[in-house]
Design a protein around this ligand. Structure first.
Ligand SMILES: Nc1ncnc2c1ncn2[C@@H]1O[C@H](COP(=O)(O)OP(=O)(O)O)[C@@H](O)[C@H]1O
Ligand SMILES: [Mg+2]
Length: 346
């Protein structure tokens, strides 16, 4: 893993995937935070079990690293059914989807990650499958082509997406339940860390936990990753995972006290320095940091907004007073962005 990637919300290597697997909660009870979503899922699964039917289709929406894959696995475990994992990018033709759907066993949980990236032709097949547990398979080509209906075993689709807004309405409407996952607050991240530290056999004081939680970008995946770096540091230097050790370890990996990653910092830097604090439009901002607008909107912005560094206005993105402070900068005296916004700071 390169240093820049330490706080990226996506898994960085096969090694990390294995590590994540080991730390994944295996039941709703073990799953930290997201209280509302957990309660809703619990009800949905219980009701289905009582009626002896497959639970409704579930859509999990939210930024990377908040627990979508984990919840999909939990849905299968809690309902005692097998789990089939697939992903939008792997379904490039309706035929790819037909192959998966036609081989499901009754009650199986089908997880489609990044479902917004599935091929359009497959989407249409999925509508019918979700609604009627049936698909039409095209046989032959041209004038002689016919469609043969195929009954499917009842299944539960769990879709995950970082971009719920990109899903076509007919697909979104066919999910019985949509869960929007939120960033975790610090006490919740501390619980994630306490659990992971236990599993790793690492002793971690409350203060050390808090220090890591503060820098975890509201994201359990990042919390666990930072914990791993702290464990490495402790292994090499000894002396326990003290707050000083945590700070030294995280400084070594260039994790900022707010947990901002390279891209977060690049975006804030552009808004502050290049656009005088904004307002700046999404596309302009994306071009100026050399990223896709989609990534900025679905991965970077939600966190910056959540911690109050950035606000979205009808005219574009605007840096908050906190943002100027955090980067040790002075807001321009005549900030054309939002007259009066910074007055009491001068
Ligand atoms: N609520 C949670 N409680 C404890 N650990 C969590 C929670 N959510 C996520 N994690 C941990 O974070 C890591 C990433 O979660 P994952 O489900 O893969 O995120 P996503 O699929 O949304 O990107 C997993 O290793 C998991 O152990
Ligand atoms: Mg995932």
């Amino acid at each position: 893993m390169d240093v820049d990637a330490i706080s990226s919300p996506d898994p960085e290597s096969d090694q990390e995937l294995a590590f994540e697997g080991a730390l994944r909660p295996k039941s709703l009870d073990e799953f930290v935070g997201q209280t509302k979503v957990r309660g809703q899922l619990e009800l949905l699964l219980k009701a289905a079990a009582m009626q002896n039917r497959a639970p409704d289709h579930i859509l999990l929406a939210g930024p990377p690293g908040l627990g979508k894959t984990t919840l999909a696995i939990i849905v299968a475990l809690e309902s005692g059914k097998p789990l089939r994992m697939s992903s939008g990018p792997a379904i490039q033709h309706a035929g790819d989807l037909a192959a998966v759907l036609s081989s499901l066993v009754p009650g199986e949980v089908l997880f489609i990650d990044e479902i917004h990236r599935m091929a359009r032709s497959a989407e249409e097949m999925l509508y019918l499958a979700m609604e009627d547990f049936r698909i039409d398979i095209m046989v032959g080509k041209g004038a002689g082509a016919t469609s043969i209906p195929l009954e499917l075993a009842p299944f539960t689709l769990v879709g995950a997406t970082t971009r719920a807004g990109l899903l076509p309405n007919p697909l979104r409407d066919r999910f019985g339940f949509t869960a929007h996952l939120e960033f975790y607050d610090e006490p919740e991240l501390e619980r994630v860390l306490a659990r992971a530290a236990d599993l790793l056999g690492l002793e971690l004081s409350g203060d050390s936990r808090a220090e890591i939680a503060r820098r975890s970008r509201g994201t359990p995946r990042i919390a666990n990753r930072l914990l791993r770096r702290v464990r490495d540091y402790e292994l090499v230097h000894g002396g326990g995972a003290s707050v000083a050790a945590v700070q030294a370890a995280l400084e070594l990996y260039d994790v900022d006290p707010l947990g901002l990653d390279r891209l977060d910092r690049a975006v804030m830097h552009a808004v502050l320095m290049r656009f005088d604090g904004g307002p700046v439009g999404l596309n302009t901002l994306a071009v100026s940091v050399g990223e896709e607008a989609e990534t900025i909107e679905s991965v970077v912005e939600p966190f910056l907004v959540r911690i109050g560094l950035l606000t979205r206005t009808p005219r574009g993105r605007v840096a908050s007073r906190e943002a100027w402070k955090h980067f040790g900068l002075r807001p321009p005296a005549a900030s054309g962005a939002q007259p009066g916004l910074f007055d009491d700071d001068l």
